[in-house]
Design a protein around this ligand. Structure first.
Ligand SMILES: NC(=O)c1ccc[n+]([C@@H]2O[C@H](COP(=O)([O-])OP(=O)(O)OC[C@H]3O[C@@H](n4cnc5c(N)ncnc54)[C@H](OP(=O)(O)O)[C@@H]3O)[C@@H](O)[C@H]2O)c1
Length: 221
């Protein structure tokens, strides 16, 4: 029986590594035999040590001098905020649309071939401002022309957060008592563990064929 050859030369750029989904992506990427280097730029230092990890502390308003980190094979984008945190729709759009597109564009121009992006369930031109912004960023990423693009649309995310999000905590609490209801048609609304989403994104970029994909929440396992 032949031994499966393990590719361990790919470089990844992880955006949003300090966040809920991003921190799970980071742990899984540094443990993946497929990747030899992980660039994870962040505003605050990451508290994980790995010889594979390169963690530049970045002012995301000044990206001009940061060429090296964009020269990767695969991009994992878990970066985003909330309208409440951003304090205005304009500021939210600046991060969730303009910053995401700028970073993806820089990576694509530097040769990145694959990108996985955390969008949201219900992303649509006809949705709320949040969902319209997600639809707009999905369209912008598609236009960039990656060899493989995976737009992942999770329902409510589950996982331990450092910050206190009251409404989200309430929804998670309700879910924990009603999870048995999410079957059949309702499966698409079932909340998703951030850890499972991170694994799913990595499978998308390392195991699936090239092309453009939109993954709805019910396929994230
Ligand atoms: N929460 C949900 O239930 C849910 C459901 C569906 C989809 N989503 C989407 O999933 C994505 C990831 O969610 P999450 O809960 O993992 O997010 P999160 O925990 O809030 O993490 C967001 C990440 O984005 C970074 N970020 C935010 N503003 C930034 C800025 N101005 N410059 C640079 N980095 C910035 C954060 O860095 P800092 O640590 O420096 O702030 C952090 O690393 C988001 O786009 C969200 O819209 C969330």
């Amino acid at each position: 029986m032949g031994i499966k050859k393990v590719e361990n030369t790919r470089k990844a750029l992880l955006l949003g590594a300090t966040g809920l989904v991003g921190s799970f992506c980071l742990k899984q990427l540094v443990n993946s035999p497929i990747y030899s280097e992980i660039y994870a730029p962040s505003r605050a230092k990451l508290d994980i040590a790995s010889r594979k990890l390169i963690n530049p502390i970045v002012n995301f308003d000044q990206l001009d001098s940061l060429h090296e980190m964009f020269s990767v094979d695969d991009v994992y984008c878990c970066l985003g905020t909330t309208i409440a945190k951003a304090k205005s729709k304009e500021q939210f759009e600046k991060i969730d649309y303009h910053l995401v597109i700028t970073l993806a564009h820089l990576a694509h121009s530097a040769g990145a071939r694959r990108l996985a992006f955390v969008s949201s369930m219900g992303a649509s031109k006809r949705g709320s401002f949040y969902l319209k912004t997600k639809a707009k960023v999905e369209a912008g990423l598609t236009e960039l022309g990656f060899q493989a693009l995976h737009l992942v649309r999770p329902s409510l995310l589950l996982g331990e957060r450092k910050e206190n999000r009251v409404l989200e905590k309430f929804a998670i609490n309700v879910f924990s008592k009603t999870s048995f209801l999410f079957r059949g048609f309702l499966l698409r609304y079932k909340p998703v563990y951030a850890k499972d989403l991170a694994s799913f994104m990595i499978v998308c970029l390392t195991e699936k064929k090239d092309g453009n994909y939109v993954h709805e929440s019910n396929v994230i396992v």
